[in-house]
Design a protein around this ligand. Structure first.
Ligand code: IPE
Ligand code: IPE
Ligand code: MG
Ligand code: MG
Ligand code: MG
Length: 296
């Protein structure tokens, strides 16, 4: 068996090809919209959510092919959320993944539409016929992704984020915001992988859900920490922007040291939750460590 890191690298290469395939976009209205979607979705990004989909599915014995569509769909939702998150009406950022943000490279209207179309494409991909999955599995995937992206998840969390500018939140309120705006899509990624393996409930499903809930929150706490002490070159985005925009963040309310301690605590909880899966979960364990130890 190859080591988890080289396995993860080969999964990264796989998702680049899968995304390129789904983003061929032969009929896209305008060439500009097509270019904006491809610009934001291809070449760049850690691809953590697809890695979680793949690693979960294979830990439960499913093939990679079975979850290619789910891995692409969740990344497209993530990219859409980044394109909109960077807009002047939200975080007003100029850099993303080491390149000018979508609205900077194109224009605001095109960036809004690129986000809209990326989201629609995600659901189209999931709904397309896939001989490896039953109709129940596909429908469950559509529901899980909608739940992760919508009011209960990313969009609802982003709404809290927008309304909280300049507001003093306590740590519980920050955690609630983070679980929604970022954690929900990470939970969705893991559960999509489980559904791909036809694991829709039971001990392993619950263990994976607990893993994902813990690591999803830890991931946004680490994102907040990197905004304070990260290297913009490595991150490919500006730092110090949360404080400048009076965004409530975990280090903002609790301090950097407490934020680091909380991220590590959650990472350890995530790894412990994988116990029922045994050695099959080694890639998920490696991912949990990477998601908290990362500098990019
Ligand atoms: C950044 O996500 C935004 C958050 C939800 C914290 P990532 O750190 O996964 O960004 P990419 O996909 O690697 O660019
Ligand atoms: C982003 O949170 C959460 C999303 C749902 C996109 P941030 O606003 O902190 O993400 P970055 O720091 O811009 O990547
Ligand atoms: Mg934001
Ligand atoms: Mg942002
Ligand atoms: Mg951030």
């Amino acid at each position: 068996m190859s080591d988890p890191l080289s396995q993860l690298q080969s999964l990264q290469q796989r998702i680049e090809k899968v995304l390129d395939h789904y983003l061929a976009l032969d009929d896209c209205g305008t060439a500009r919209l097509r270019e904006a979607m491809r610009y934001s979705a291809l070449a760049g990004g850690k691809r953590l959510r697809p890695l979680l989909v793949y690693s979960t599915a294979t830990s439960l014995g499913a093939s990679l092919e079975t979850v290619d569509a789910a891995a692409a769909a969740v990344e497209l939702i993530h990219v859409y959320s980044l394109v909109h998150d960077d807009l002047p009406a939200m975080d007003n950022d100029d850099w993303r993944r080491g390149k000018p943000t979508c609205h900077r490279a194109f224009d605001e209207g095109t960036a809004m539409l690129a986000g809209d179309a990326l989201q629609a494409l995600a659901f189209k991909i999931l709904a397309e016929s896939c001989s490896d999955l039953s109709a129940t599995q596909q429908l469950t995937m559509v529901r899980l992704l909608a739940q992760a992206a919508g009011t209960a998840g990313m969009a609802g969390g982003q709404a809290i984020d927008l309304e909280s500018v300049g507001v003093t939140l306590d740590t519980a309120a920050v955690e609630n915001m983070h679980r929604r705006k970022t954690g929900a899509l990470i939970v969705g990624s893991v559960l999509l992988g489980a559904v791909g393996a036809n694991v829709l409930h039971g001990r392993n499903y619950e263990a994976l859900q607990q893993y994902a809930q813990a690591i999803g929150l830890a991931f946004q706490i680490q994102d907040d920490i990197l905004d304070v002490e990260g290297d913009p070159q490595l991150l490919g985005k500006a730092v110090g922007v949360d404080a400048a925009r009076r965004k409530p963040t975990y280090p903002g309310v609790a301090g950097v040291a407490a934020a680091c301690a909380r991220a590590v605590e959650l990472r350890d909880q995530a790894v412990a939750a994988l116990e029922p899966l045994g050695a099959a979960a080694h890639a998920l364990t490696a991912l949990a460590h990477y998601m908290v130890d990362r500098r990019n």
